[in-house]
Ligand binder design. Structure first.
Ligand code: CO
Length: 148
């Protein structure tokens, strides 16, 4: 009887574990209409690291409708987006730019990508913006990244 209780207990732990981990794993979608599916992403400051997975749910290829996920302070968002356009393909992110907190590669329809970064660089309550730096997309594809 004791052993059965232990087994049930372990199953309970295993079932509970993923839901804790998921709080630090965020998912966002991009589509063929130059849209992300959210304007706001929230993460707990108790996360040491955050993994953002970008899923391109459209069908168009990366050279026509490429999407990435780039995170900066809000004050850096426009300048970095412009620098990204100058940086050019394949990823439209300025190399070695310290204003870039995190960035994925550019993906096309049916593809996904992810980036994992340290949350220690971000301040709870700070003003952060995520966006797609593919040419012409940053004005439409952006949102607030909130550390609470
Ligand atoms: Co895009």
């Amino acid at each position: 009887m004791k052993r059965l209780t232990l087994v049930i207990g372990l199953i309970g732990l295993a079932a509970a574990a993923p839901s804790f981990a998921q709080e630090c794993d965020l998912r966002i979608e991009g589509n063929d209409q130059i849209q992300f599916n959210t304007k706001e992403m929230r993460v707990s400051s108790s996360c040491e690291q955050v993994t953002v997975t970008l899923v391109h749910v459209g069908k168009l290829p990366a050279n026509i409708m490429g999407h990435n996920w780039v995170l900066t302070k809000t004050e850096d968002y426009m300048p970095v987006a412009q620098a990204g356009q100058s940086a050019g393909p394949p990823n439209y992110v300025p190399a070695g730019d310290e204003r870039v907190i995190a960035a994925t590669e550019v993906v096309g329809g049916g593809e996904e990508t992810s980036v994992t970064f340290d949350l220690s660089r971000l301040e709870p309550g700070g003003d952060y913006t995520f966006f797609c730096s593919f040419p012409g997309h940053f004005a439409l594809m952006n949102g607030k990244f909130i550390v609470e």
